[in-house]
Design a protein around this ligand. Structure first.
Ligand SMILES: Nc1ncnc2c1ncn2[C@@H]1O[C@H](COP(=O)(O)OP(=O)(O)OP(=O)(O)O)[C@@H](O)[C@H]1O
Ligand code: SF4
Ligand SMILES: [Mg+2]
Length: 344
């Protein structure tokens, strides 16, 4: 499973459903053009869930939307089951739309407040003029996501956040998509409801053979649901690895810091001590030269300012963009003050 040049892509696998190569998204701002996504590449195999994590503003949602061509990225390629979306005409792209669906963070505001649940779920079928079994499909889906007939006649403001997210999931599934992009789908929900929605997503994935990209700022949310996890910092991917490997032996100093920042049992297993991430996130308008994490990295050296680290495969399937990754032979250590440091 060697990487493809400097991109963490698994060449030779025939079951890749989504392949993203060198994706770049820019926005015009008052201060100039900001590159919110800067040369991001990853792939997702059939039935796989890729977790996408990083701090607020690192470009997770922009990546998810650019994959859906919302809006079209400035450059890079996105292939869905081998079809290159970036080169399709608007009409051809429209034909592909049902195959990929987005689920948003805020379930209540993402649903049309004037419509009842059953019509919200049926709307994509209406848009596409699909009459056949419409009512049966919608009722069946509502039941599958755990909503009863009473709920079907209500409007979003009459439902709880968890119920609204169930409606969003039913709506996303009604067109039989291949890929589901979930953007912080449980972040707005009570902790007690989060697990129910995560379980529902897992059930739906297994039942419908879905391929998922699961976006979250919270590594502990992503852990159980993801087969692989990609870590993003200031518009770039810094590490991507099978979930188990990433949590057990994170190689990028940023992944280490993120893991230490979440109150999670694995964080203590990694380092024996919880060490939060410190320092300000630099502006995406003027990112640091070389490695973008260097201004907060405990093991930055001169080379890190001069040369941007490229992705390389450290262990089979574990890709990291760092000149001096954390390895058993070169672990991170904690200083007596509790800050991260590198052994002398
Ligand atoms: N429409 C836009 N116009 C200008 N800048 C934007 C736009 N959308 C996003 N950005 C900028 O792009 C960067 C990435 O934003 P994005 O929403 O993708 O981050 P995120 O990782 O999803 O953050 P969060 O965890 O807060 O949702 C940020 O600097 C943001 O301000
Ligand atoms: S390349 Fe240098 S600054 Fe960047 S994460 Fe690695 S050690 Fe830190
Ligand atoms: Mg976001």
């Amino acid at each position: 499973m060697a990487g493809s040049g400097t991109a963490p892509l698994r060449d030779g696998r025939e079951d890749i459903v989504l392949r993203v190569e060198h994706l770049v998204v820019e926005f015009p701002t008052k201060g100039g053009r900001v590159q919110a996504v800067s040369d991001v590449s990853f792939d997702v195999a059939k039935g796989e869930t890729l977790g996408l994590v990083g701090e607020s503003g690192c470009g997770k949602s922009t990546t998810g939307r650019a994959v859906m061509q919302l809006p079209r990225p400035r450059s890079g390629r996105v292939a869905l089951e081998g079809t290159e979306l970036t080169s399709l005409s608007p009409e051809e792209l429209r034909e592909m739309r049902p195959k990929m669906q987005l689920i948003f963070q805020d379930p209540i505001s993402s649903l049309n407040p004037r419509r009842v649940v059953v019509d919200i779920v049926a709307e994509p079928l209406a848009i596409w003029g699909i009459e056949e079994n419409r009512r049966f499909r919608v009722n069946h889906l509502l039941e599958t996501v755990g909503l009863d007939t009473d709920t079907a006649a209500r409007r979003p403001h009459q439902l709880s956040g968890g119920q609204c997210q169930r409606v969003s999931i039913a709506r996303a599934l009604v067109m039989d998509p291949q890929v589901l992009i979930c953007d912080e789908p449980v972040s707005a929900l009570d902790v007690s409801v989060q697990a129910q929605i995560l379980n529902l997503l897992e059930d739906m994935k297994a039942r419908y053979g879905l391929t998922m990209v699961f976006i979250s700022h919270d590594l502990s949310v992503v852990k159980n649901i993801s087969d692989r996890v990609a870590v993003m910092y200031l518009g770039k991917l810094c590490e991507i690895a099978p979930s188990e490997a990433l949590y057990r032996r994170p190689a990028h100093p940023y992944t280490n810091a993120l893991l230490a920042s979440v109150p999670h049992p694995d964080a203590s297993r990694v380092r024996g001590k919880s060490v939060p991430l410190t320092g300000e996130l630099p502006s995406a308008l003027d990112p640091p030269s070389g490695c973008r994490f260097r201004t907060r990295c405990p093991r930055a050296e001169a080379r890190c300012a001069d040369e941007e680290p490229t992705m390389r495969e450290l262990q089979p399937g574990q890709f990291v963009a760092c000149h001096f990754p954390v390895t058993p032979g070169r672990p991170l250590v904690t200083t007596p003050t509790g800050a991260l440091g590198a052994p002398a």
